[in-house]
Design a protein around this ligand. Structure first.
Ligand code: NAP
Length: 303
């Protein structure tokens, strides 16, 4: 007879790992499945300054501490990509490339993936000048001209990081309305090697063996900007397609209230994958704790 977990947690970002802590402390038999390495989007953040108790911490350091805390509680984090789920059967099935797991409950904390610009050349030059992680790849472009596409906090953080070593950082944004925080915007405005290009989209990325320039469109006026790298920071999209039967909104985010309950009994959504107004480390952690609380209430209600 195959083992049935009390709950399988899909995703080892802040939400999933917090759920693991709360679940383990409540005595649940848990398994965490993560397709790559723990952390989710947070590993791209070089400095996080809005987590209570940390003046400044890198995403990698924060998540290492969290993953270590989970492992010390005896919860296994398996590196396996979930490819399919079946929530109509009881116990529920979670299928990966290697195994099929059974669980009474499932916490979906699979987060979101980096959104693409979708222009010609983006895919071709990924890894050869097109990057989705400034703190991972920025050092390769020391002394070179680079651009960052986007106007949110990720774009701003990337620009701050890149401006330390690149000769010029062009921030290309499709409007002049920035989502990133004002303090960082003012800081960037004061940097001699940072240049804001607004009302502009990147329409094509050109190069030979690596990126050499981007073509842009500013209210119908086209231009070519020589750059050695394009850092894409245009937000994220939820990784929700594999969770069959779970209701999502038009953007693919799983519809669940603050209690993290989805339309399927025993299935909870936590963190960036859930419909919510604020996607931050603290709100992801909150969801992880609340999802376990809802799960425990639901178990209690059936006994
Ligand atoms: P975001 O806040 O969703 O911003 C995405 C940016 O990309 C927006 O400026 C958006 O423009 C633009 N954009 C979207 N699709 C585009 C496209 N196809 N072409 C060109 N531009 C496009 O995403 P994010 O910056 O990755 O941040 C995600 C969440 O994490 C946010 O809640 C953010 O505050 C948080 N975060 C926080 C920190 C921090 O606190 N230090 C650091 C990083 C991220 P429009 O505005 O026109 O839609």
């Amino acid at each position: 007879m195959e083992k049935t977990y009390d709950a399988v947690i899909v995703g080892a970002g802040t939400a999933g790992l917090t759920a693991a802590i709360y679940g383990a402390r409540a005595g649940l038999d848990l398994l965490v499945l993560e397709k790559s390495y723990p952390g989710g989007q947070i590993i791209y953040a070089p400095h996080i300054e809005n987590i209570p108790g940390f003046r400044s911490v890198s995403g990698v350091d924060f998540i290492e501490g969290l993953a270590d805390q989970v492992k010390r509680l005896g919860v296994k984090i398996m590196t396996e990509q979930v490819t399919e789920t079946c929530f109509v059967l009881e116990p529920k099935r979670i299928i990966t490339k290697k195994n099929e797991y059974r669980a009474k409950s499932v916490i979906i904390a699979a987060g979101a993936e980096k959104r693409k610009i979708g222009c010609p050349g983006e895919e071709k030059f990924t890894g050869r000048g097109v990057s989705y992680c400034a703190s991972c790849d920025g050092a390769f472009y020391s002394g070179k001209d680079v651009c960052v596409v986007g106007g949110g906090n990720t774009a701003f953080d990337d620009a701050v990081y890149l401006a330390k070593t690149a000769s010029a950082v062009h921030i290309i944004h499709r409007s002049d309305n920035f989502r990133g925080n004002t303090k960082t915007y003012e800081f960037l405005k004061g940097q001699p090697n940072v240049n804001f290009i607004t009302h502009t989209t990147v329409t094509k990325i050109n190069g030979g063996s690596s990126v050499e320039s981007v073509e842009t469109d500013t209210k119908g006026k086209t231009d070519t900007l020589p750059v050695s790298a394009v850092f894409v920071a245009v937000g994220t999209a939820p990784a929700s397609e594999i969770f069959s039967g779970v209701s999502t909104d038009n953007g693919g985010y799983i519809i669940a209230g603050e209690d993290c309950r989805t339309n399927i009994p025993g299935v909870y959504a936590a963190g960036d994958i859930r419909t919510k107004s604020l996607r931050q480390v603290v709100t992801a952690a909150n969801d992880g704790a609340v999802a376990i609380s809802s799960l425990l209430s639901d178990i209690a209600a059936t006994h």
